[in-house]
Design a protein around this ligand. Structure first.
Ligand code: SAH
Ligand code: DHB
Ligand code: MG
Length: 224
């Protein structure tokens, strides 16, 4: 049992529970046509993001790492009409593709794509005195996850949920000697969660069409 079976089950679940969706299908097609890497969350993972946001009654979402806006669409659909999603993207081409995809999905009014290095955009958000976000999805460059967690805490409040993608890395996360900068960044991220009295956190391993990886989930219990 391996990758092929994992992908087969993802197809099964997707066909059963996640009917074809014009805006999401068009987003994947336009992203592929624009040669963006196909590294967006899988359909079942996208639904998980939507459900987390809905369960939480989320009104404000921050996403770090937009790509073509696929996960953005899943998250934004969980918002009420007066909700807001800010998504940060460093690659101007990705941001342009994402904006077109979000407009086609009818979400341009509630989603703002901010272009630039995420660390700079996060500092600017904090300097602007942005209201706290209810849900923060971390999914950009993995070596910088520790820095993104610090900003996520600063931009959250008790009751906020922080979700981070790609935190198992085919199991490499358990190797303390790994020299891979992404593994090292993710390990430091987990250590920060472990030492952080303001959050209750866990890591869930996943398999599927994107191989073997996982999500970190953190609930902010106390004021940052
Ligand atoms: N969340 C998306 C996938 C994001 S892929 C989805 O699931 O649909 C990661 C994205 O982060 C890429 O588009 C990449 O350009 C962007 N990125 C990488 N490093 C970044 C940085 N330092 N600042 C901002 N964006 C960055
Ligand atoms: C990569 C990034 C991701 O966010 C992901 O989910 C899968 C792969 C990457 O940079 O290769
Ligand atoms: Mg990811």
């Amino acid at each position: 049992m391996g990758e092929e079976r994992w992908a087969e089950v993802d197809r099964y679940v997707t066909e059963l529970l996640l009917p074809d969706d014009a805006a999401l299908d068009a987003t994947l097609a336009a992203s592929a046509a624009a040669r963006l890497p196909a590294i967006q969350v899988s359909p079942p993972q996208g639904r998980l993001l939507e459900l987390l946001a809905r369960i939480r009654g989320t009104r404000r979402i921050l996403e770090i790492g937009t790509l073509g806006g696929y996960s953005t669409i899943w998250l934004a659909r969980a918002l009420p009409p007066d909700g807001r999603l800010v998504t940060l993207e460093g690659n101007p081409h990705h941001a342009e593709v994402a904006r077109a995809n979000l407009a086609r999905a009818g979400l341009e009014r509630i989603v703002e794509v901010r272009v630039g290095p995420a660390a700079e955009s996060l500092a600017r958000l904090a300097a602007e005195g942005a209201e706290p976000f209810d849900l923060i999805f971390i999914d950009a460059d993995k070596p910088a996850y520790p820095e993104y967690l610090e900003w996520a805490l600063r931009l959250s409040r008790p009751g906020s949920v922080i979700v981070a993608d790609n935190v198992v890395r085919n199991g490499a996360v358990a190797d303390p000697r790994s020299a891979d900068p992404s593994v090292r960044g993710v390990r430091r991220f987990h250590e920060m969660l472990a030492g952080e009295p303001r959050v209750s956190a866990t890591v869930i391993q996943t398999v599927g069409s994107k191989g073997y990886d996982g999500f970190a989930l953190a609930f902010v219990t106390r004021d940052p």
